[in-house]
Design a protein around this ligand. Sequence first.
Ligand code: GAP
Length: 463
Amino acid sequence: MEKIVSLAKRRGFVFPGSEIYGGLANSYEYGPAGVELKKNIQDEWWRVFVRERSDMVGLDSSIILHPKVWEASGHVAGLVDAMVECKQCHTRTRADHLIENHYEAKGEKISVEGKSEAELDAIIQENKIKCPSCGKFDWTPVRKFNLLFETNVGIVPEAQSKVYLRGETAQGIFVSFKNILDSTRVRLPFGVGQIGKSFRNEITKGNFIFRTLEFEQAEIEYFFDPETTDWKGLYEKWKGDMWDFVTGNLGINAEVLRWREHGDEERSFYSKRTEDMEYKFPFGFKELWGLAYRTDYDLNQHMKFSGVDLSYTDPTSGKKFVPHVIEPAVGVNRLMAMVLLDAYTEDGDRVYLKFKPRLAPYKVAIFPLLANKPALVEKARAIHDALQKRFVVAWDDRGNIGKRYYAQDEIGTPFCVTVDFDTLGEGEAENKDTVTVRNRDTGTQERIAIDKLAEFLHGKIYN
Ligand code: GAP
């Protein structure tokens, strides 16, 4: 993990948040390489789950929604965590994490999901669990704490009203359900996909970008008629699609993935079944992507709180009912953490990020063999500018070729193209107007004609 965090900073993937002011816990900035990688993961998700499916449409709803949305969803009352505060150093921490980490350190496992504050208190006291920050054992009693960020709308204090930054993108989909029905030709079963920022007042250690204050969620609400669609079959189908995306589109090895079903204590009260796809992070198997059968709970709640009819009328039978929903919900930043960790490869002295070429921040890097030979630089620039219209391209003319390969390997660039004297026709005659293309994973090099280069790269990257 430390190697990845250090590489991520050194090579412009992820920087600590607000670093020049001493940092802000659980917040990060995505640098030039990171923003490309994150965007590629998002685009892949959007392509696979929205654009290439005829049963899906997209949405981009507001971060600030009417405060009643969160009352209806149960977040104002429900999205709360039991916390403790160290009386010595004032560190606040989630009681469940404190207990689970204590047991994990002993090589034991415990599940405290669903336990009351008094029960959590008793476990902390019995085990004399110390503060992870200062090492003292002096806790306040366990208390609830709202994870939703609050802010105010209105410019004068007397006329301000409290609103929340959304804690999940899902609610925006339920709120727009009627407008989607009225403005499109969707018919059940269909899904709505959305990618956008969500905010949670996470106050425990986040493990890099695994858990942060703000994060991008990619969520789907898949609506169906429970009388005509077998939910168990649909649920399994979604499990398959999620698995295929992670193993196929993101290229993750199935051996470091698993499904874990929530027990009765852990599962939200409105969910009939919830399973998490978990990835083996350096800190253990942890939730990557949740799949929940939320029934008709959310639409019913919004009908109740808004007074607006959110039922669906079947255009052929005329049957009117409130659809049920299955929800695959993932964090893009968490997907990115997995992709970065999984791509990290050490081969002797060589370190490289073995991204699927489609996900790599830069697809190809262009090098003039020597920076002080204008003919080489000019030719390399022309190739760079032509390729830039189709790919994200890097340029490097510093140091020697070995150093340039090293730098590109560390950002996972799948192909490096060198323009040399042969390219200019000053070496082997048959190599005129060809370049050397070096493959990141094999280290092998081949000569490709400049006029075939774009097609060659396209075939390798998007095959
Ligand atoms: N609408 C359902 C929902 O939000 P969740 O399990 O709380 O369910 C879904 O969140 C996904 O969002 C998680 O599986 C995880 O990938 C991501 N996620 C949740 N909290 C996060 C955080 N603080 N930082 C980064 N990603 C987070």
